[in-house]
Write a protein that binds this ligand. Structure first.
Ligand code: NAP
Length: 288
C-alpha cells in the first residue's frame, strides 16, 4: 500500500513538490489556505485534500510544509488546527520553508514532546527546480528521522543531505543566500560598468563566463538583466526575508556580514522602486 503523506502549502514551490510525491506513488493529502489552489492540485494530480492542516496530517507518516516565514510555520504546526494536533508518535514533520534556525529548534523540541520527528529541510533551486524535481535540500535533525524521510524527498530533489543537528538545514540555507547576495551584486556592478564604458556586455559575458568569473547567476541571468526583465524567479521580498534571517543569526553567533548587510539595503532600494516581486537580479535597476 502507498505510504500516506501530507503536504501543507501549495505555493510556487509546494504545488509542484507535492505533485512529484503523488506521481512517485505516495498517497498525498494536501492542505492550502486558499482552497482554490488545493482544488486545482487535486484535479491535476488526482490526489486528496483536507480542510485544515490537522486533518491533512491525520494518519500521515510524513508531513511536509512549504509555507512562508517563521510565524506562518508556527501557525500551521502549533495552532489549534495545526499538524501537531493530529500527528501520531513515530511520524516525521519536514519543513521545506526558509525560516530561522531558532524556529527549527523550537519545533524540533515541540515535536519531540509528542514523539514526532522533525527535520528542517529548506530548498534551493527555485521554481524551475521544484517543477523539474531537481531541488537541492539542506537538512538538519536526527539521522533516524532523516533516513525515514529521505526516500520521499528524492521525489523532487537531485541532492539531499543531512548537515547536522536541528537547525543545520536552515543555517546551510543562510550560507547559500549569503553567497548569492554577493554574486548578484558583483554581476550587477560589472554590467553597469560595462554599459557605462560602452562595451558590448553580452559579448564580454560570453567570454568571461568561460573563465574564473563564471557563476550560475551569470549564466542564467545576464541576458534577462541586459533586457531589463526581472520576472525570472526568486522575489526581492523573499530575498530580504532570507537575508534578514541570516543577519539576525550572525548577531547571535558573532559573525560579521558586511557585504550581506549592504546588499540587503540595496534590495530595500529596489523595494522602494516598486520591485517587491521582481527577481533578485533586479539589483541592476539601482544604477539606472
Ligand atoms: P508562495 O508561492 O508565496 O506560497 C506560500 C504558500 O504558503 C501558499 O500556499 C500560502 O497559502 C501558504 N501559507 C503562507 N502562510 C501561511 C499561513 N500562515 N497559513 C497557511 N498557509 C500559509 O511561496 P513559495 O515561493 O512557494 O515559497 C515557500 C517557501 O519556500 C518560503 O519560505 C520561501 O522562502 C521558500 N523558497 C522559495 C523559493 C522560490 O523560488 N520561490 C526558493 C527556495 C525557497 P495561500 O495560497 O493561501 O497564500
Amino acid at each position: 500500500m502507498s505510504q500516506k503523506v501530507a503536504f501543507i502549502g501549495l505555493g510556487v514551490m509546494g504545488y509542484p513538490m507535492a505533485g512529484h510525491l503523488q506521481q512517485q506513488g505516495f498517497d498525498v493529502c494536501v492542505f492550502n489556505r486558499t482552497t482554490s489552489k488545493a482544488n486545482k492540485w487535486c484535479e491535476q494530480y488526482a490526489g486528496r485534500m483536507a480542510k485544515s492542516p490537522a486533518e491533512a496530517a491525520t494518519n500521515a507518516e510524513i508531513v511536509f510544509l512549504c509555507v512562508g516565514n517563521d510565524d506562518d510555520v508556527r501557525e500551521v504546526v502549533l495552532a489549534e488546527q495545526g499538524v501537531l494536533q493530529t500527528m501520531a508518535a513515530g511520524s516525521v514533520l519536514v519543513d521545506h520553508s526558509t525560516v530561522s534556525a531558532q524556529v527549527a529548534r523550537e519545533l524540533y523540541a515541540s515535536c519531540k514532546g509528542k514523539q514526532v520527528g522533525f527535520v528542517d529541510a529548506p530548498v534551493s533551486g527555485g521554481q524551475a527546480g521544484a517543477e523539474n524535481g531537481q531541488l537541492t535540500v539542506m537538512a538538519g535533525g536526527d539521522v533516524v528521522d532523516f533516513d525515514r524521510v529521505e526516500p520521499a524527498i528524492q521525489s523532487f530533489a537531485r541532492c539531499c543531505k543531512l548537515l547536522g543537528s536541528s537547525g543545520s538545514g536552515q543555517l546551510a540555507k543562510m550560507m547559500n543566500q549569503i553567497c548569492i547576495a554577493g554574486v548578484v551584486q558583483g554581476l550587477a556592478e560589472a554590467l553597469h560598468f560595462g554599459q557605462q564604458a560602452g562595451m558590448d556586455c553580452a559579448a564580454v559575458i560570453e567570454v568571461i563566463s568561460q573563465g574564473a568569473a563564471q557563476s550560475w547567476q551569470m549564466q542564467n541571468r545576464y541576458q534577462t538583466m541586459l533586457k531589463g526583465e526581472y520576472e525570472h524567479g526568486f522575489a526581492v521580498d523573499w530575498m530580504r526575508k532570507d537575508l534578514n534571517i541570516a543577519l539576525q543569526e550572525a548577531r547571535n553567533n558573532g559573525s560579521t556580514l558586511p557585504l550581506t548587510a549592504l546588499v540587503d539595503q540595496f534590495y530595500a532600494d529596489v523595494q522602494k522602486m516598486g520591485g517587491n516581486r521582481w527577481d533578485t537580479s533586479s539589483l541592476l535597476t539601482r544604477f539606472k
